[in-house]
Ligand binder design. Structure first.
Ligand code: NAP
Ligand code: ZN
Ligand code: ZN
Length: 354
């Protein structure tokens, strides 16, 4: 196959784990059959972007362009595109492709593709060019229409951008484990993922408890929909809730005590990990084997469920609480994210990438 024709677009990229992000020019393929070209209007800032930019998961390909909470406008379509046309407002999340033939892909669970996350929006492989995929901190992207999502018209596009990762990553496990009325649900960490977890768990009818290391976030947690707030560093507050949770969603991005969280679960309660700290976290067997507790994980969501989540958000008016930043504020935003100082998701206004 001849190499596709490419065009240049502006981006923010980093050349190494220890360098700040800075302006760069990258290449994208011109739309091929089935492709949609998107002018990126907004891109959310996920903690995964920081883990990836700094090679904390040890698979970063440099130069790296993070960003997988993309909202934009279709500017062109390749031959045979049927779902989208120029002018449509669309979303792109953590996936831009997958093998499409394995059992997981056939079931719309592309995130669990047997071939691995080859189609990651960044850190995957651009199969037409044979180069690493480059993410949404850029002015334009080209994605096969099968991995492009429709954005409900009533949602603010900037505040909807974080739904593409933080939204689906919390929606999917809450749906999979059927969280709902009569259940006591803990959301650990009130950051980008956590605040969406609170909104969804509340919308699904659960009794929602936020577990936070930041006492100053308690009032916000209640406004976001939490019924109770526990400061997880306060042993007395934790003891009150011992053995009482049906389900806990752990969104923490750094080292923390899992066993203290297991001890909050009821008999047969389940702690689901979505946070992905750089280092392994110790698990004490007694914290699980007593009371037959479960410890699970969950990765983003597939394309059908991501569209379902967006439509649910459209019907219920759910978006993210965001702080809009300029592209050149990204390095400061990363430092603030490390200080748990995000209310509750940074979103880059891509018009500021000039
Ligand atoms: P974030 O906005 O930085 O939020 C993380 C929150 O965790 C912080 O706001 C803080 O909340 C809490 N926290 C931070 N350090 C802590 C520590 N040492 N001990 C206890 N709590 C701590 O990050 P995010 O974007 O929500 O992402 C969270 C994690 O999920 C990241 O590791 C990310 O890579 C991962 N992730 C996974 C998936 C998936 O598919 N599984 C998808 C997206 C992201 P408080 O101030 O309330 O304590
Ligand atoms: Zn993410
Ligand atoms: Zn597959």
């Amino acid at each position: 196959m001849p190499r596709p024709v490419c065009y240049s677009t502006k981006a923010y990229s980093t050349p190494s784990a220890t360098s700040p992000l800075g302006a760069a020019v990258i290449e994208r393929r011109q739309p091929l059959a089935g492709d949609v070209q998107i002018q990126i209007l907004y891109c959310g800032v996920c903690h995964s972007d920081l883990h990836y930019a700094r090679n904390e998961w040890h698979f970063t390909q440099y130069p790296a362009v993070p960003g997988h909470e993309i909202v934009g406008r279709v500017t062109a379509t390749g031959p045979g595109v049927t779902k989208f046309k120029a002018g449509d407002t669309v979303g792109v999340g953590c996936l831009v492709d997958s093998c499409r033939t394995c059992p997981s892909c056939r079931q719309g669970l592309e995130q669990y593709c047997d071939a691995g996350m080859t189609g990651g929006t960044y850190g995957g492989t651009e199969k037409h060019l044979g180069t690493p995929t480059l993410g949404g901190y850029s002015q334009s992207i080209v994605v096969t229409e099968d991995f492009v999502l429709r954005l409900p018209a009533n949602l603010n596009p900037a505040a909807a951008a974080p739904l593409l990762c933080a939204g689906i990553t919390t929606y999917s496990p809450l749906r999979h484990w059927k969280v709902g009325p009569g259940q006591k649900v803990g959301i650990v960490g009130l950051g980008g993922l956590g605040h969406m977890g609170v909104k969804f768990a509340q919308a699904f009818g659960a009794h929602v408890v936020v577990l936070t290391t930041s006492p100053g976030k308690a009032a916000d947690a209640k406004k976001l929909g939490a019924h109770e707030v526990v400061v997880s560093t306060d042993g007395k507050q934790m003891a009150v809730h011992a053995g009482s949770f049906d389900f806990i969603l752990d969104t923490v991005s750094a080292d923390h005590d899992l066993n203290a969280l297991f001890n909050l679960l009821k008999r047969e309660g389940n702690l689901v990990l979505v946070g992905a700290p750089e280092r392994p976290q110790p698990v004490a067997s007694f914290a699980l084997i007593f009371r037959r507790r479960s410890f699970s994980g969950s990765l983003i969501g597939g394309l059908p469920e991501t569209q379902e989540m967006l439509d649910f958000c459209g019907q219920h008016g759910i978006t993210s609480d965001i702080e809009l930043i300029r592209m050149d504020q990204i390095n400061t935003a990363y430092e603030r994210m490390l200080q748990s100082d995000v209310k509750y998701r940074f979103v880059i206004d891509m018009a500021t990438l000039t």
